[in-house]
Design a protein around this ligand. Structure first.
Ligand code: SAH
Ligand code: SF4
Length: 346
């Protein structure tokens, strides 16, 4: 069964044949602007609501619901209709409300430090499954308005390319989210970065770099053997030339692995040549990777070192650390332990 968010306006119109024509707009508005479930669109008659709710049951169901940062960060594990689980994180900041969505159940990229990578690949998500995560978070965020969507949950969005592009296009066209507010994070699927640049779709690109030398990056990110740093550089350059937009690099600081002085130099050279911004995140511990994140002092010094070398770098605060809100971690532990704090569901 497809999601209400997999249906085009034309398909909806044909489903609603026999109803007054304005019903299509009412349902569309309810779904996309109000982020309502079809069964809750109160501008349409009750019988129609019930009929639509039967056609479009939810594609995602809450399996775990936890919060941290005094409720400012919420994280859900959703069960999909076939039993696969994914995670979604909602982060309330002073100036924005961001949802972090999953694009796949699991991930095939096998990055050593990532809980999702350690667990392996289950399947791609559908557009509806990704969009329902966004809309669920939008309801939970109310009365604040969800302003940002980042593809930094489980999975590699550019390995599920068509779905990711569909979702970006729909959020832009139907929900009115702007380029600055939609971020696709990729481990570096070079040809897909180039393809995405050519679509002209309005979005922000984040590349998970984590090492700026091939020897270490090969170890951390197996995909680097296929698209090494030189090839990734080409794709990033193409992105900038084609879209006219800058990009950012994500760098999870790992004690003694990629936080050495040598790493500062290598990263600075790589980032400067692309005028890229660097986001530093202390590594979140995962069960399958026994190296620690860098100390607070080292994170600070690493940033200073980059700035001295002319690189724009910020430290991303680790929202939701106490609820394992880093990539893939909550879904990985949901079935294993239940130390979460249940909160009211949206
Ligand atoms: N697959 C995409 C998007 C999902 S991962 C990507 O890799 O970019 C989102 C971000 O979380 C990536 O930057 C990833 O490198 C980072 N990440 C994964 N595991 C982490 C960990 N244990 N600690 C900190 N960041 C992590
Ligand atoms: Fe996949 Fe991203 Fe995790 Fe790598 S870091 S395994 S690409 S989700």
């Amino acid at each position: 069964m497809s999601s209400a968010y997999d249906v085009s306006k034309e398909e909806l119109a044909s489903l609603l044949q026999g109803e007054p024509r304005y019903r299509v707009d009412q349902v569309w508005h309810g779904l996309w602007v109000e982020a309502q479930r079809v069964g809750e669109i109160t501008t349409i008659p009750k019988a129609l609501r019930a009929r639509l709710a039967e056609i479009f049951p939810p594609s995602i169901e809450v399996a775990n619901d936890v919060q941290s940062d005094l409720g400012a960060t919420r994280k859900w594990v959703f069960r999909l209709n076939d039993g696969a689980t994914i995670e979604t994180v909602l982060m309330n900041y002073e100036d924005r409300v961001t949802v972090c969505v999953s694009s796949q159940a699991g991930c095939a990229m096998g990055c050593t430090f990532c809980a999702t990578g350690q667990a392996g690949f289950t399947r791609h998500l559908t557009s509806g499954e990704v969009l329902e995560q966004v809309m669920f978070a939008a309801r939970a965020a109310a009365p604040r308005r969800l302003s940002n969507v980042v593809f930094m949950g489980m999975g590699e969005p550019l390995a599920n390319y068509l779905v990711t592009m569909n979702v970006v296009r729909a959020l832009h066209e139907y929900r009115g989210l702007s380029a600055r507010h939609l971020t696709v994070s990729t481990v570096g699927v070079a040809p897909a970065i180039e393809k995405m640049a050519k679509t002209g779709l309005p979005l922000t690109l984040a590349v998970s770099l984590h090492s700026a030398n091939n020897k270490d990056r090969d170890e951390l990110i197996p995909l680097n053997r296929r698209y090494p740093l030189e090839r990734l550089h080409e794709a990033c350059q193409f992105w900038m030339d084609t879209t006219g937009r800058r990009l950012s690099f994500e760098w999870a600081l790992i004690d003694g692995v990629n936080d050495r002085d040598q790493d500062i130099d290598e990263l600075a050279t790589y980032a400067r040549s692309l005028r890229a911004h660097v986001n530093l995140i202390p590594l979140n511990p995962t069960p399958g990777y026994l190296v620690r994140g860098s100390s607070g002092q080292r994170v600070h010094d690493f940033r200073e070192g980059l700035i001295e070398l002319g690189v724009n770098a910020t430290v991303r605060n680790t929202r939701g650390r106490s609820i394992d809100a880093a990539c893939g971690q909550l879904a990985a532990v949901t079935n294993a332990r239940h130390k979460s704090i249940p909160v009211r569901s949206a």
